[in-house]
Design a protein around this ligand. Structure first.
Ligand code: ARG
Ligand code: GLU
Length: 689
């Protein structure tokens, strides 16, 4: 028995490197990873993943809007993304008579699809290393500012040339590895994107903020769009004459399902990570920034929740706002905990000691010490800046006062701003937030960093609550009629209004006291990080580095796997409709499913209908809506979240805990059929079983 265990242990260590699925790789360089991908089960070639000469999977992946991913699933431009990515567009089409958020929306033919002004999808045409061209004319004697202008000027030449090549092109040069490398990205941007289908929120957002970032998960987080083009298949503004876009490539859909161990591949646009940060940068996140921001947001969420629970009207007004506040709030909790559990700060310090030792006598000598020192200098100012955004900037009335001041000369814009503000405004929440946030501000931010204005007001009123009452009782911005009556010549009235005055005082504090110091340190930090990145690559010659995420297209591969969130607990990687029925509760908003779903379940035969699954792919915010692909290159799911115990993967990836959460594509098909009754959509999809 002992021998067997020993053997097993040896065997496990031997395959350990195979298990670690960390990394977000550049598609254009995928030939460097393809052997590893194939060893783990992938059956396609590098050219199948990314090619500029022939159609490849990349041609079926898009940046959806400004921060999500989507995938093309038919020859007629049909597109899948997340419900939470389509949310604001679904909302804009919703009214009391047609509440598509609540009831869902299904176009029953092309004519019924709904246009979405402002929404575009970007297809990557190509990406290429342009480091040499971007740095042409730069030499190391130049300052950071001079380097910056060289980079900017050269990039402008490159992007101008690239966009001139065809219709609807957009190009950008993006820095990788802290500016050690530059890549040109050329996209074709389609501007006519129509809503085809969305499930009711009680499916698409099932579990709400309660289940957000959590497993077990049962959210049907999808929405369906269609991309349109002019008759030559080129990008065009919305027009009735436009026709469905004919893609170079679309995903085939696999209904074969997933099981533990299956190869998975996420193709999408992760937004931002910092995997190569120094210890002080990480310590700031886990010990200062995350905990303090969490505490401030808890105050707000408690107030919001209290009033949402009392009134259905307030629930509607604040549900989207609450979701925004709560999304990062919950993520930060997992992140801080994960950094702590992994002892990342200590591990980084140890690494830095070894790096510093190695660096002696090289151009990297003293670098890591200097970089940590720069962060130590920046911390108090950066924290004060974060306090500014999480307190003064979080009081709705203050931002509104500033918006109105900016629209004084434009009656229509002012009326629109007032209309949308008051539609979703509930004074008791904002007033209590004011009191709670200003109270916390004084208690937690060291006195030498507090603005004089704050101290004066607190001395004058004696408490944050009294200060809040004064502002809310005396500001004109609480009164829609008064706001609508404001004229261009009323600037004087605005400037002396207590809400605007407070907005402005805090803004001046940020602008005059904090920003200059932060901005002065930034170029130094950037330069030092660039050197440190190169230094780490020289120090660990055998390690393969992937660039931090920056919303450019990446490949992350892994496999379906559960995890152990805490001692004595194991999470299976697949959830089913049975779990939805177990959670179903008409009295809990987040768990109140459509009657239709209850009825279908009651008919029987759907207990094992798969809903979501876990895998080990390294993803981040922006990967929402990304296609999840199997070993044959076919679509098996749509990525939409991570487990919160693993959200530190933006800083440190723990293969034991970090999991992405995907919608099983078969649940999407189930909803199209049983909830939407829109099975005509199946005709244009290609299935492989
Ligand atoms: N956590 C996911 C993400 O970061 C989903 C967020 C939307 N859902 C929500 N309940 N707030 O985007
Ligand atoms: N929900 C996230 C998004 O909107 C993806 C989840 C993550 O951060 O991994 O992009």
């Amino acid at each position: 028995m002992k021998r067997k265990l020993l053997f097993l242990a040896l065997f496990l260590t031997a395959i350990q490197p195979l298990m670690a699925d960390e990394g977000m790789w550049l598609p254009a360089l995928i030939s460097q990873r393809i052997a590893d991908m194939q060893a783990k089960g992938f059956k396609l070639s590098a050219e199948d993943v990314y090619s500029v000469n022939q159609a490849s999977l990349k041609d079926a992946v898009v940046l959806f809007g400004g921060g999500c991913t989507g995938e093309i699933v038919s020859d007629e431009g049909l597109l899948f993304t997340n419900h939470h990515c389509g949310y604001s567009y679904i909302q804009r089409h919703s009214s009391v008579e047609h509440d598509y958020l609540k009831d869902g929306f299904w176009a029953m033919n092309r004519k019924e699809e709904l246009p979405n002004p402002g929404l575009s999808v970007s297809f990557l045409e190509r990406m290429e290393d342009v480091t040499g061209q971007v740095l042409k004319g730069y030499d190391s004697s130049m300052s950071e500012a001079q380097r910056d202008s060289v980079v900017r000027a050269n990039s402008a030449v490159l992007t101008r040339a690239a966009t001139a090549e065809g219709k609807g092109l957009r190009a950008s040069v993006e820095a990788l590895y802290y500016g050690n490398q530059y890549f040109l990205f050329v996209f074709r941007v389609y501007r006519d994107v129509r809503l085809v289908g969305a499930p009711p929120s009680s499916i698409g957002k099932f579990g709400g903020d309660t289940d957000n970032w959590m497993w077990p998960r049962h959210t049907g987080d999808f929405s369906i769009f269609r991309v349109y083009a002019d008759k030559d298949n080129n990008p065009a503004d919305y027009s009735e004459d436009n026709v469905p876009y004919r893609p170079k490539k679309s995903f085939k859909i696999s209904r074969a399902g997933v099981k533990e161990g299956d190869f998975t591949f996420v193709y999408g646009c992760p937004g931002s990570t910092k995997e190569y940060a120094v210890s002080e940068d990480v310590r700031y996140v886990s010990e200062l920034s995350d905990p303090q921001k969490i505490a401030l947001r808890t105050l707000r969420l408690d107030n919001i929740k209290k009033y949402m629970d009392q009134s259905q009207a307030v629930r509607i007004q604040y549900s989207s706002k609450a979701a925004n506040v709560s999304n990062a709030w919950k993520k930060w909790q997992g992140e801080a905990k994960g950094i702590d559990k992994n002892k990342t700060v200590a591990v980084k310090r140890d690494y830095e000691r070894r790096f510093a030792e190695w660096a002696k006598g090289t151009r990297y000598e003293g670098l890591v010490e200097r970089l940590n020192g720069l962060f130590e200098r920046r911390h108090p100012y950066y924290l004060a800046y974060e306090y500014y955004s999480e307190t003064a900037r979080a009081i709705e009335l203050l931002s509104f006062a500033s918006n109105i001041r900016n629209t004084l000369g434009n009656a229509q814009a002012k009326a629109n701003a007032a209309e949308s503000f008051f539609k979703d405004y509930f004074r008791p929440i904002d007033e209590e937030n004011f009191a709670a946030l200003m109270d916390a501000f004084g208690k937690n931010l060291p006195e030498e960093f507090q603005p004089e204005y704050y101290k004066t007001k607190m001395a004058q009123f004696g408490s944050a609550e009294a200060w809040a009452s004064y502002v809310f009782d005396n500001t004109l911005f609480i009164d829609k009629d008064k706001v609508l009556a404001l004229k261009e010549s009323d600037e004087g009235i605005v400037l002396t209004d207590p809400a605007f005055e407070m907005y402005n005082a805090f803004y001046r504090w940020y602008y005059d006291d904090l920003r200059p110091i932060i901005n002065e340190l930034s170029p130094e930090i950037e330069l030092a990080y660039r050197d440190y990145m190169q230094g780490q690559m020289d120090f660990e010659k055998d390690k393969t580095f992937y660039p931090d995420a920056n919303l450019t297209l990446r490949v992350a591969y892994g496999h379906v796997e559960g995890y152990t969130p805490s001692d004595g607990v194991y999470y299976y990687p697949v959830s089913t409709l049975k779990g939805i029925i177990e959670k179903d509760d008409p009295n809990i908003f987040d768990y109140d499913i459509p009657q239709r779903l209850r009825d279908i379940y009651a008919e029987g035969g759907h207990e094992d209908q798969p809903v979501c699954f876990l895998a080990t792919n390294h993803t981040s915010g922006g990967n929402s809506g990304s296609p999840v692909i199997n070993a044959d290159g076919n679509l098996i799911g749509i990525n939409f979240d991570r487990v919160w115990e693993g959200t530190m993967s933006d800083i440190v990836f723990d293969p034991e805990i970090c999991r992405n959460i995907s919608l099983d594509i078969r649940y999407l098909l189930f909803c199209i059929e049983h909830i939407g009754g829109a099975t005509y959509l199946f005709d244009e999809m290609e299935f492989v079983d």
